[in-house]
Design a protein around this ligand. Structure first.
Ligand code: EPU
Length: 428
């Protein structure tokens, strides 16, 4: 149980480099097994979710070598179709992408039900609907999902709701199916486009990714590729909000400004300055912030993955802000913790009402999930006094070296191992 200890109240200043996108990486890595050869993937973020994905690939027989901090060479020539057990799959949501990838490669997959952040009910009915529509049968027994088909045949699928996960799994499963698959009401997130570009670089024939209709013409075989993952727009957004909350001045580098539009636009609305250039964005904080309302929606709407971080800024804005969560049932698990720091927030179902306060004060708080953890980090940076953020394993699932990047921007932050071996030694 490691923790971050932050002495708040310092303005963040300087430049931060953004790592590769978590949610693109966790879709692209399982897809590598379709190559049947050797792929080099660059701009891979060094985060726990990626480590788990690589462990699953190794479990399936891939030979994995790290070429440098962010490049990995994956030899998928000896991939076997073996079940992916609970111990591996339970750590991450994206373990379910191995269902689509293995189904496409072997017409069969057996993977434990996925884990990931606890954000309320997260069914996988739309994934199963697509697999079935392609001609597969599915059984869920003893915590394992098993999908098999004698052959996969192109189909038309209308998703009942916009889902990133099912859109990705449908693309993976149909990439080698006979004929044409049409996905309607598909998700349009940047990582959907990145996965399509990656699959196309391996010889797939996918059109329309980034719109709500994706057409996939099945191909007989796929090949090796070298590919660079897009930057993480949520990591970038998190540093943008951290810069604003600490009234700092930060250049966020290595990003695609277009992916950040909903975040930049809300930051401007509350009073921060956001200056975009080719591959960076500069955020200059204001002395005080205006209230605003936010409703999270599928891309290009405001991303749910930035909702908790914005709450950490709006708790210090003038007046009443309303946050409406439009994607998940329970994404306010940070509220109780922000209250411990002096925030005034009430929650009714999927709506949080924030009454701005003058200041936050440091406290001992716990990250309930990845973005809840990011919100507490931002709150800790702007609060007066010391904040201890516990359960940082959630944060480390999705943010590469967050403590080091913040330190380089001038934050007073340390990562403390728990139990603290030095203190234990002194106590005897
Ligand atoms: N849903 C269904 N049935 C399904 C699939 C989804 O009802 O078969 C519902 C979900 O319960 C949810 C909504 O549809 O209410 C959207 O779910 P979606 O499938 O879009 O989300 P996901 O694939 O579970 C991914 C990201 C999340 C991100 C969401 C939305 C990964 C590994 N996870 O989750 O990332 O919040 O899309 O953009 O890509 C995070 O990074 O912190 C994170 C939680």
């Amino acid at each position: 149980m490691d923790k971050f200890i932050i002495n708040g109240g310092r303005q963040l200043r300087g430049t931060v480099n953004i790592s590769g996108a978590k949610n693109a990486a966790v879709a692209i890595l399982p897809a590598v097994l379709l190559s049947g050869g050797v792929c080099v993937i660059e701009n891979v973020p060094q985060i726990k979710d990626v480590t788990i994905d690589l462990k699953i690939l190794a479990h399936l027989g891939a030979d994995i070598r790290l070429l440098n901090k962010s490049a990995v060479r994956i030899d998928a020539r000896r991939i076997r179709n073996v079940p992916i057990p609970y111990e591996l799959a339970r750590h991450i949501r994206a373990s379910y992408y191995f269902l689509g990838a293995l189904l496409a490669k072997f017409n069969h997959a057996k993977v434990s039900m996925p884990g990931g952040c606890d954000l309320g009910d997260r069914p996988i009915d739309q994934h199963i609907k697509c697999f079935k529509s392609l001609g597969a049968e599915s059984v869920i027994e003893h915590g394992m999902v098993e999908i098999s088909a004698s052959s996969l045949v192109g189909t038309q699928v209308y998703f009942d709701k916009v889902t990133v996960g099912a859109t990705i799994n449908a693309m993976l499963a149909s990439v080698k199916a006979q004929g044409l698959t049409i996905l309607e009401n598909a998700a349009k997130e940047p990582h959907i486009v990145d996965l399509a570009n990656f699959l196309n670089s391996m010889g797939a024939d996918i059109m329309g990714a980034g719109t709500d209709v994706i057409k996939i013409r099945g191909v007989k075989s796929m090949c090796e590729t070298n590919y660079t993952i897009i930057p993480d727009q949520i990591e970038a957004g998190t540093y943008m909000v951290a810069a604003a909350a600490t009234k700092g001045d930060v250049i966020i580098k290595g990003i695609i400004p277009k992916h950040l539009e909903p975040i930049s636009s809300k930051l401007r609305k509350v009073g921060a300055q956001v200056v975009e250039s080719d591959e960076c964005v500069r955020v200059i904080g204001a002395t005080e912030y205006e209230r605003t309302n936010i409703k999270t929606m599928p891309h290009p709407g405001f991303p749910t993955d930035m909702q908790p971080q914005f709450a950490a800024l709006l708790v210090l804005a003038k007046g009443t802000s309303i946050l409406t969560e439009g994607i998940f049932d329970n994404r306010f698990r940070y509220v109780e913790e922000l209250r411990r720091m002096g925030a005034d927030i009430s929650v009714d179902g999927k709506v949080a009402v924030i009454e701005g306060v003058e200041r936050l004060t440091g406290a001992q708080v716990k990250a309930a999930d990845l973005r809840a953890g990011a919100a507490l980090m931002i709150a800790g940076l702007s609060a007066s006094g010391t904040t201890q953020v516990e359960e940082i394993r959630h944060i480390e699932r999705g943010y590469e070296d967050m403590d080091l990047k913040l330190k380089a921007l001038g934050a007073d932050i340390v990562k403390r191992k728990f139990p603290d071996v030095e203190v234990m030694a002194r106590v005897g």
